[in-house]
Design a protein around this ligand. Structure first.
Ligand code: CP
Ligand code: NVA
Length: 338
């Protein structure tokens, strides 16, 4: 059997296809258990800390609710001494004495790696500039709910393919034998070294990786169209340049049509910049004369859009990651404690 107890979750690169599928099965079982209203005690007696350098709605709340659902105590920490008055190493050593698990969201992948190295407890990556692995589990679970088996399915990621989402979706698809297509301007293709590394994985899994700047051919045959914001957290100064580059890559009805697949679904990790309902969006739209950005409201609110199922699945999949790496009791595929 698969045993992930004591492991950190820093990038999907560290996990085998079997381990990823195990976490997805586990998440589906925990989701069923929650829907049946059966309270859990899988994390009873565990203390968890959530360290955030960047803002969050889904990730923070998913970790908190997932922890509470299974009986854990959770601390949310945004103003720690780490990186200011205290080194990451020392912070990790201290938190490791208090807590059974640490979630980190921030800028550098090296920070989450250092926390894992020095804390002595499982560390979960809640997003860095490089990777967003818990998001991929939610995306994969959502696709499984829509398609059944994932191997052989075609995920087309449109937009900034060089960011944490582009990288992590490419890894997830390679690991699970899916066809990953990045439709993006060439300067926003994922880094060549990561592409090569993932192509080697594809040799074993049957997946493929395609990078193209041609929208028409790129989106053809998609089972899912996925996009993310054009400007990620911490890159706000690149707004003008990104809008210029990515304007043609907006996900709209015409693009959905161009897939040729009437059953194609739309996914987005969220938060999305698709309407004018926020202060930041209003400012940007006024400055750049835009009406919509990475996705039109029409597609975002269409029946093809599974974005809120996807957001809900953040909670179930994060719960699975915490339970798999921390819990002494596991559940079987029916959600029964084993
Ligand atoms: N998708 C995601 O990570 O959302 P938050 O930034 O709200 O956590
Ligand atoms: N690429 C986005 C993802 C947000 C969940 C960012 O890093 O801001």
């Amino acid at each position: 059997g698969i045993d992930l107890k004591g492991r950190s979750f820093l990038t999907l690169k560290d996990f085998t296809p079997e381990e990823i599928n195990f976490m997805l099965d586990y998440a589906a079982a925990l989701k069923k258990k929650k829907k049946e209203g059966r309270p859990g005690r899988l994390l009873a007696g565990k203390n968890i800390v959530l360290l955030f350098e960047k803002t969050s709605t889904r990730t923070r709340c998913a970790f908190e609710v997932a922890g509470f659902d299974e009986g854990a105590c959770v601390t949310f920490l945004t103003n720690s001494q780490m990186g200011k008055k205290e080194s990451i190493e020392d912070t990790a050593k201290v938190l490791g004495r208090f807590y059974d698990g640490i979630e980190f969201r921030g800028f550098k992948q090296e920070t989450v790696e250092a926390l894992a190295e020095f804390s002595g407890v499982p560390v979960w990556n809640g997003l860095t500039d490089t990777y967003h692995p818990t998001q991929i589990l939610a995306d994969m679970l959502t696709m499984r709910e829509n398609f059944g088996a994932l191997a052989g399915r075609r995920l087309v990621y449109v937009g900034d393919a060089r960011n944490n989402m582009g990288n992590s979706l490419m890894i997830g698809c390679a690991k699970l034998g899916m066809h990953f297509v990045a439709v993006a301007p060439e300067v926003l293709f994922p880094e060549e070294s990561l592409v090569q590394e993932m192509r080697a994985i594809c040799e074993e899994t049957g997946g493929t990786i395609t990078l193209t700047d041609d929208i028409k051919t790129g989106v053809k045959g998609a089972d899912a169209i996925y996009t993310d914001v054009w400007v990620s957290m911490g890159e706000e100064d690149q707004m003008a340049e990104r809008i210029q580059l990515l304007k043609p890559y907006q996900v709209n009805a015409e693009m959905m049509e161009a897939t040729g697949n009437p059953d194609v679904i739309f996914l987005h990790c969220l938060p999305s910049f698709h309407d004018l309902n926020t202060d930041v969006a209003q400012d940007v739209y006024a400055r750049f004369g835009l009406t919509e950005q990475e996705v039109t409201d029409e597609v975002f609110r269409s029946p093809a859009s599974k974005v809120f199922d996807e957001a809900e699945n953040r909670m179930h999949t994060i719960k699975a990651v915490m339970c798999a790496t921390l819990a002494t009791n596991q559940v079987d595929a029916d959600g029964k404690p084993i």
